[in-house]
Design a protein around this ligand. Sequence first.
Ligand code: NAD
Length: 282
Amino acid sequence: MSKIIDGKEISLSIKEELKKQIDKLPSKPVLVVIQVGNNEASNVYIKNKKIAASNIGMEFKHIHFDERITENELKEQINKLNNDNNINGIIVQLPLPNHLNSKNIINYIDPNKDIDGLTDINLGKLMSGSECMTSCTPTGVMQLIKEYNIDLGGKHVVIVGRSNLVGKPLIHMLLDEDATVTVTHSKTKDLISFTKQADILIVAVGKKHLITNNMIKEGAVIIDVGINRIDGKIYGDVDFENVLNKASYITPVPKGVGPMTVAMLLKNTLKSYYMMNKINKK
Ligand code: NAD
């Protein structure tokens, strides 16, 4: 097996399996993305989700609001979707315009339809080890680790970045797999002293090539979540070429974690469909 973790390939086989399951259903699962305003990066992400959903036979609805929409108006719209039995998954595309409180808005989504796993209820359930919708990117990271048979038991995993979207959910997912977890962030002093100890290093910061060869241990597994768009090119948080020889496994950017995020989003939508239709399937 190559040391380059092929997220694109794995995501394709997951999507193929989802398509097979959807083909057997009496109706199509429905995924809704709510967009407010016209953020350029959001337009790209939404387009990618739309293509991925329609490729596996899932219905995709893109609801677009003017950026002047108020918090109450937006909540009212989310409420309608919460109560619509034909809708299985709801995403509010972030970032929202500044006058809207993202946390309040996200928490308005029915936790069973919160396929991004970002409501306080789902984050709390994840922490206490209860069954829940889990955030797509960390779930995708865990899936990659599993697909490559990388054992987490007793391993020292160092996470760089502590966001609700990536770093924090990962803490609990990794602890559940018996890893020893260290979390570092922007206020961590002497970052290198931590990254050098990592058997597995997971980086989710948003700074091009923050992690270089001298910061990792020989044979470490490197998972790069970062996406940095600079002059039309995409870079990871890890200097891939620079650390490639030293790592035992490494995710590229693009084609590493990114495609897994979308695959997990589709998987969660199908999971919600099964729950709503009381079909007992994992
Ligand atoms: P965020 O801005 O919410 O969090 C960034 C984290 O990095 C913070 O916890 C901060 O403390 C930490 N940080 C900042 N500078 C640091 C430094 N110098 N040293 C150590 N830690 C530092 O970002 P996020 O939403 O968690 O996203 C992180 C990156 O992952 C971004 O590049 C984003 O585009 C990418 N991302 C990718 C996917 C995917 O599908 N591959 C999904 C989500 C996010």
